[in-house]
Design a protein around this ligand. Sequence first.
Ligand code: GLC
Length: 741
Amino acid sequence: MNKFKIFLPVIAALFIFVSCNTPAQVKTDEIAVKVDSLIELMTIEEKIGQLTLYTSDMDQTGAFIRKEYESDIKQGKVGAIFNAYGTDYTHRLQEMAVNNTRLRIPLLFGYDVIHGHRTIFPVPLAEAASWNLEAIQNASRIAAEEAAAEGLHWTFAPMADIARDPRWGRMVEGAGEDPFLGSVIAAARVKGFQGENLTDLNTVAACIKHFAAYGASQAGRDYHAVDMSEIMLREVYLPPYKAAVDAGAVTAMTSFNDLNGVPATSNHFLLTELLRDEWGFDGFVVTDYTSIMELLYHGVAADTAHAAELSLEAGVDMDMQSGFFQQSLAKLVAEKRISEDLINQAVSRILTVKFELGLFDDPYRYSDKEREKNNIMRPDQLDAARDMARKSVVLLRNEENTLPIDKNIKTIAVIGPMGSNQRDLIGSWSAAGDWTKAVSLVKGLEERFPNANIIVEEGCAIEGNDKSGFKRAENAAKKADFVILALGEAYWMSGEAASRSEISLPGAQQELAEIIINTGKPVATIIMSGRPLTINWLAENSPAILQAWFLGTQSGHALADIISGDYNPSAKLPVTFPRNVGQIPIYYSMKNTGRPFDANSKYTSKYLDVPNEPLYPFGFGLSYTTFTYDNLSVSKPTYAMNDSIKVSVEISNTGKVAGEEIAQLYVKDHAASMTRPVRELKAFKRVWLEAGATAIVHFSLHPNQIGFYLSEKEYVTEPGKFSIFVGGNSNANLETSFELK
Ligand code: GLC
């Protein structure tokens, strides 16, 4: 049989194979073939190099840096570098890898592009307050575009940790307290970063972090132990990570904490049974900074080799910064303590992402001078950041329509440490952001009110007890027609390793606020912070309050847009604001208890010294207009388990200006086999209404959205009575109900 005849069946098989698979499937299979054949050629040392991630010394995001990273690259002892960006630098490092190693495997470049790369967007908690998934996805898309223009392939985002303890500094990095809101936001971020196709030069690989339940660190103290039932884990903390997996994230990061006694980094249940076997995640798992080494401190590993063995066997693929894989895996294989198959599996997952990014076609494709010049801080990107910022500011109070201020106002006094501030505006995890390019509140006001006399007095610093500026500040307030109090935290008071045991205004700012507000002038207080602050006195005494978080590069313009009324605030709180630390943890979806609070009865669930209610509830936010909700109804009184539950409500703009309302739908299960929260967010819709207009808003729920875990492995929706509440915050009292059969 001649040669051609031998190949005939092979060609036919290939044709059948290709024609039965989608292009994406063919691509995946093609990559799998390439990965497998490359692994066949690799030595154990070359494989272990691919499982190792080191930081450059361009930026520092952890305890220590390994200075020898460049020689590691040349020796093939590292397969990925983080905290290195810029086309020149990444090109130089990439050449070291490609030109000095036997198989010329390209490096992966990662960085914490959390809320923008050069154009810094509002911190993630602020963006979450927008409840605007399109805007959030677009913000991530722009972050990816800028990062990829500077040689980056991979971002360590989205941070999808549910957080219900504002003492925890990293609350700022996530989407707040609610599993439903956190899930849709995590998915939007993944889609923004990764786009439709990872090979696209304007996209980067996402990384779901920190897996898992890092936000439940005991007492809000960073890195602390986490302990909860698996049912609580599945109902509250896991959904956003799962949503990110379902959105196609190609990497995940283990969290520092232990979970029920087992550190996440050596937790086979989390990393293999749940993430891979149950959820079908097929990307690679990287640890957080030196987390494998930290197994020694957790007290679960006896030595370096044991720590490496535990984490690889649990499901870790890449070791960030500890070097323990580099030090131990070859020996562990030689001693038959681990199988080389485990290493091959990890290498395969990592090489697959490198192929998907197109790095084997052209290792330098992301390090492109042209794109670096044209794709960074463009006017359209800055405009998007300004719009995202406007959408993120929550109007907490506005007595007698103190805001917006008259556009012809004569004298404005801006008082407080955040008035001219620029550094703090870009918040923590500000990547390659240049704070000197941030637009301060004062600058934004000067541009928006060019004819006004704007007096600026700091009054006091963010922290410390120096009150020597108080008198000047008070005199400035007395001269002004309107006073803007600009108060808050420093950027480093939230973010990693930045938990606070008290969450009041730092320093002497409260005292300054009292002096200024007691002048009797019209005052709007702007709070810039990475967490809810216990601003109880301001909530009673400042005529207007804006929660501005940290709004990024365009802060001043966005705030001026709101203060002038050019933009009508629409944001809603993604976290509950406690009255004091003693109430924590506090969140809207609490359980009712067997003795719900009753003012007329001693023996009910309460504190002696503070109400149970928060200062501001989840989902709360005012507008310059007012909205009413009427005629809430369901399409029928009874539904079967496979029905779609149709809900409609009438929303009217009863004020004088147009505005956007975020209508929220909460569900209560009246009687179930397990205690259920008093209510849970299950849907929301943003509605734009002109003054005087009315709209009918429709929601659709499926019974499987209103179920719960009867046990760790059994998710059920039970028949029975359910209530639906729809309104502008989690205290919505417009109610209807239905029966599920
Ligand atoms: C840090 C953070 C993590 C970050 C990583 C790399 O310690 O915990 O969020 O992505 O190290 O900088």
